[in-house]
Design a protein around this ligand. Sequence first.
Ligand SMILES: [Zn+2]
Ligand SMILES: [Zn+2]
Length: 325
Amino acid sequence: MKIIFLGSGGSVPTKDRGLPAVLVEYLNELFLFDCGEGTLRQIMICSSKRNKRNEKSKENRGKNDKINFMNINKILITHFHADHIAGLIGIINTMNFLDRRSNLEIYGGAGIRSIIKNLPVPKDAMRFVKIYEISEGQVVEGRRYKIIPFKTQHTAESLGFVFEEKEKRKFLKEKAVALGIPEGKLYSGLQRGESINFNGRTINPDDVLSEPIKGRKIVYTGDTTPCENTVKFAERCDILIHDSTYSNIDIDKISDHGHSTALQAAETAKKANAKSLFLIHISQRYADSKILEDEAGKVFGNSYVVRDFTNVQISAPPEKKILIV
Ligand SMILES: [Zn+2]
Ligand SMILES: [Zn+2]
């Protein structure tokens, strides 16, 4: 599972930071969370950077690590401020130009339907764009993952998202061998969680499967003030990607109250028992974002300020090691 930060700034793009867009790569599927202006171009740049990096490494030389934006099947929008949705125009338009056939599902809070329907894109594009209005509690489910929306404190429709891999149970071959079950068809039934009959005995999946192993969990808040609901949904997540527009030093100067400071993001991560915290939506006033990383780091050790094109890998459970590339 990989997270690619395509845009790490907030509200105003800078030479170093694009507007919010977070891509999750999981089992050959691409999930895009928010889609700020310029997201498609950021994908192209990131793709080329990855290939250049591979050329430099002995291990990965020749490996094509291209990110094909046509493989994005789900886009999840936290709210409708332009810095989170303006990139949709370019993505939909280009997919249409390239004659996309498969569905592109776009999810967001109440009102997303009319937002998407009114985008300046060719009417034709609506043949592949499918819009889903969701609210807290309406889970988007795949075979191996769940996307759980939760209410944040920013706008009436604003949502954060949990991307969670479903629990898995490992097949313990040594137990099957000990029970005398021959390798082959019978194994597959048990692996699928079905009971089987063998030599007049019933073998239950519990006899040969491990305890459930918790999957990887990523939480993306989008824009929000610190709130208890984030703490609840981010409980024991591996990665919390939290709004960190400001430094706490500037708290008295802030007139825009829909956001969080690095310190507040760190307090949320701590309360939620998160494993790591990635600060995003950095205001243009912090050209040197070290101040934010230090501020968060004092409260919550594993805090990092996201940069455009930062790649983060989480290895398979149960280790779930986090590697920043
Ligand atoms: Zn924003
Ligand atoms: Zn906003």
